[in-house]
Design a protein around this ligand. Sequence first.
Ligand code: BDR
Ligand code: CA
Length: 317
Amino acid sequence: MIPIIIDCDPGIDDTAALILATAAAPELKLLGVTTVFGNVPVERTTLNALKVMELCGSGHVPVAKGCARPVLRPARNAQFIHGATGLGRVDLPEPKAHPVAQHGVDFLIETIRGAPAPITLVAVGPLTNVALAIVKEPEVMRQLERIVIMGGTLRGLGNMPNTSSFNVYADPHATEIVLRSGLPLVICTIDATHMVRSTPRQLKLLREVGNRHAGVLADLFEEHAFEGTPEQLAADTPVGGCMHDPCCIAYLLAPDIFGGRMVNVQVDTSSELSMGRTVIDWWGHSDNPPNAFVINRADPEAFFDLLRGKVALLGNF
Ligand code: BDR
Ligand code: CA
């Protein structure tokens, strides 16, 4: 049983991460969800997190609203991908639950401080909450088992105009704080998540699971599904609704689906041209010590097999 907290900005693929995490009980024990600005403003990511928790029969899981803006830069969003609400065209019922009174950063700190066993923090949005928790209570954050992060690029093929990845670009300074924290980090790069595409074939198989959760997932990703021609796939064209965030959850459940290595990772916060680009010393050319296990590849078939198997366990309520 792995105790986890998910820090997120739902978000289409964040929703997939939340559904997979709840479906994976009791292997994973979701202790709480903290929200951050990102794909949509934080009021909306919080509402969406509450809605998704209730969809999964996990309305009792505390949801704590976190930061509304990055440490230094103006807030950006990704509504052009995730839609105005953050959930594409999917309309989930209004939740009965409310966010807890505690701020997301304090919820992180107090939950980690009070936990009987080290927690794995899964951070799949901009890293603002995580960085502020590190700044506020570095000793408490040392109690973490590890932080599993979605973001960054190894080869510079990100999804932002300057080729960085959204989560890092959205708060590069927070990312720098996390990278320099000395905490055990796992970074699932976009190089890996771009391999995990929700193609029409995969969405058809997912829909065939037959329950409500599988249907919601298929609906969420359908708009962005793209099979890709053999040439595009061979050229590694990053098209199609990628299952970015649930890769972090799948990594906890079946790490063999992914490949990577311990390397040094830094982030550019000084040049507007490459703001938020990760610099990953894959070949060990520098003397900088490794600070993260960087995931650069994934097996999409194995990922979708795992996703379908777990989502089926949610039954039909
Ligand atoms: C990341 O950016 C967000 O838009 C997604 O939710 C994911 O966390 C992918 O680059
Ligand atoms: Ca996200």
